[in-house]
Design a protein around this ligand. Sequence first.
Ligand SMILES: *Cc1c(COP(=O)(O)O)cnc(C)c1O
Length: 377
Amino acid sequence: MEPVKRNILLNPGPSTTTDTVKYAQVVPDICPREKEFASLMKGLREDLVRVVHGDLEEYTSVLFCGSGTINIDICINSLLPEGKKVLVINNGAYSSRAVEICQYYGLPHIDLKFPVDQRPDLSVVEETLKNNPDIGLVHTTHNETGTGILNPIREIGALVHKYGATFTVDTTSTYAMRPINIKEDNVDFLMASAQKGLMAMTGLSFVVGNRAILEKSKDYPKRSYYCNLFLQYDCFEKTGEMHFTPPVQTIYATLQALKEYWAEGEEAKWARHTRVFNAINKGLDELGFQQVIKPEERAGLVSSAIYPDDPNFSFEKVHDYCYERGFTIYPGKISTTNTFRLCALGAIDEPDIEAFFKVFKEALETTGVAVPVKYNK
Ligand SMILES: *Cc1c(COP(=O)(O)O)cnc(C)c1O
């Protein structure tokens, strides 16, 4: 097996993968309608539930061909009963995406906004649920990848259930990284993509959720032909297959990635991401960078650094310098503040971050930025 050039991706996914996962895609051609392939998908679906400690009787998973956003679209358009409303608890770019999905489908919804650098106020969430008994579906994001803030899903989920609604959580940037227990965390449906926490390839996304609610959603309005959760679930249950063509090679890569996930172990993997995250914060602190999210509210996977007040600072120049040397950094996603992000996803460890900061510091110095960086206030 020829080693593939290793790039350190510090963007919020796709993430750095192992060569064994890359090469797992090189397989004999197969028609995905063969029984052999269906049996691979059955094992995969079960493993995806196990990652979040779901009981296989109570929870199931449904696979889709698409990037992570397809899951948000599917959950929102498929899990809203007739005559009910969606509540989006929104403190960032990814929950705003869910609001846009409501708008595009013309679904009645409440966009409950909170500042991007603050956790949602639970008393406001409860007031909203109490005052709007027609809320049928509540959606939020676990780790708002735009900033890196961790939302209190267990507490929100308890409120959602108290008022009898279904709770969907976008866990795309925590799944298979930060440990989740779907039941104890009061989540009905969560979602992710193969290219993030699982460290596999792009093109496969999945929803893990409550079977009983899924069965009930059979009678909810069908608002999309391709992106309907019940229809895809039903097809899997009856035939073991996706309704339409699955991302065949990505599925092979994901199976290998899951083998590596179990071999590394949930706790050890989370400890590694934490090591990487701490090294990123240490590096940023040493260079004087300020961050958007308070340390105690960070999800432990995304650092959002504020541009320094230095006329020579150019994200693009710094990015290009690092990129040419095998390190990818990423712009922020906050409209009011200029930020860039460094993320702790992927098959990387502390020495990669140390190597990165050598290059990053050089990038600042060669572009004329004073180090440590300065802010006017
Ligand atoms: C990455 C991500 C997504 C999916 O984005 P795509 O570009 O569609 O893959 C969705 N939600 C969150 C929180 C994410 O981090």
